[in-house]
Design a protein around this ligand. Sequence first.
Ligand code: NAP
Ligand code: 8YV
Length: 321
Amino acid sequence: MEKPEILQTGPMMKLIEDGIAAHFTVYRLWQASDPDALLADLAPRLRAVAAASHAPINPAFLDRLPKLEIVSSMGVGYDTIDARHAATRGVVVTNTPDVLSDEVADTALGLLLMTARELSAAERYLRAGLWVKQGEYPLTRTTLRGRTVGIVGLGRIGQAIARRVEAFGLPVVYHNRRQVPGEARRWYPSLLEMARDVDTLISVLPGGASTHHLIGAEVLAALGPNGIVINIGRGSVVDEAALVAALDAGTIASAGLDVFEKEPCLPEGLAKHEKVVLLPHVGSASHHTRDLMGQLVVDNLVTWFREGRPLTPVVETPWPR
Ligand code: NAP
Ligand code: 8YV
């Protein structure tokens, strides 16, 4: 039997490339000499797209493919895919939830510890030979002891972070748009009010219009001079210019960031800032976890063609429809 055709939007990990090649005839959009001509050729019959991480799938792209049924995307975040428009077209979008939650939560806790106890600065000090030349690394300005943590986005990853933070002996409260049913931790309908009551924010919000710059000057000021901001969700949630200004002015103490507004570029003033810990979007980046995510990209596609259902559809394109 002939393999179904699939369009791959960009380079993906070997596990995915091998997985889809075993089941599909693959067209590689980013390698096409004339991508427009390839899309026009496939349009009358293409049913599936494998979307590389952070690849834009916009209405214009979706509308060029009238027979499209499924977009299987790498990563749990899908802010670069217009899933609402896909829904209007009857196209199912899938992502890779749950399998990465513990890894990302581990990274968030690492980032929190590095930030509160200046661990990367201390390591730089040691490697530069300053322990020998100048003596002990200075006592850290901040500590985890006595902190209260406000999680911004208590979803799958937020819950995994909350459990870890509590194991460190710190109380956890949260802000979502809606209270989580059956959740005992205190819910703040207002992020600003939560920021006034805590000294540590861990944001694990998705990107997109509803979360853009939610953490800005006002929230940072409410957090206060002992405040620590950790962002492991999407860079667009934090107003980076306001963050740099708050760090410079001592409005907050420090920040730990795994994600940025214009990845892979850093904004002016952040790269050399002494009060930040910066990671290059490595929240889920282990072989173990990326393999689980990649397998889910493949399995969503295979299950769609074999059984007529997706495994992990996003909320905008629920299944059954
Ligand atoms: P999730 O289970 O959908 O959780 C998202 C949470 O955010 C939900 O509790 C949701 O609650 C809340 N939320 C959404 N929009 C909001 C808004 N406008 N205001 C306040 N709260 C809002 O997703 P997840 O699996 O935990 O993943 C979360 C995000 O983490 C992903 O979308 C991705 O962007 C990011 N991520 C980053 C990495 C990394 O490597 N750094 C790795 C994986 C994921 P309500 O709907 O009630 O508001
Ligand atoms: C990765 C992520 O950047 O899952 C997400 O939303 O941000 C990360 O796990 C990526 O999407 C996987 O390649």
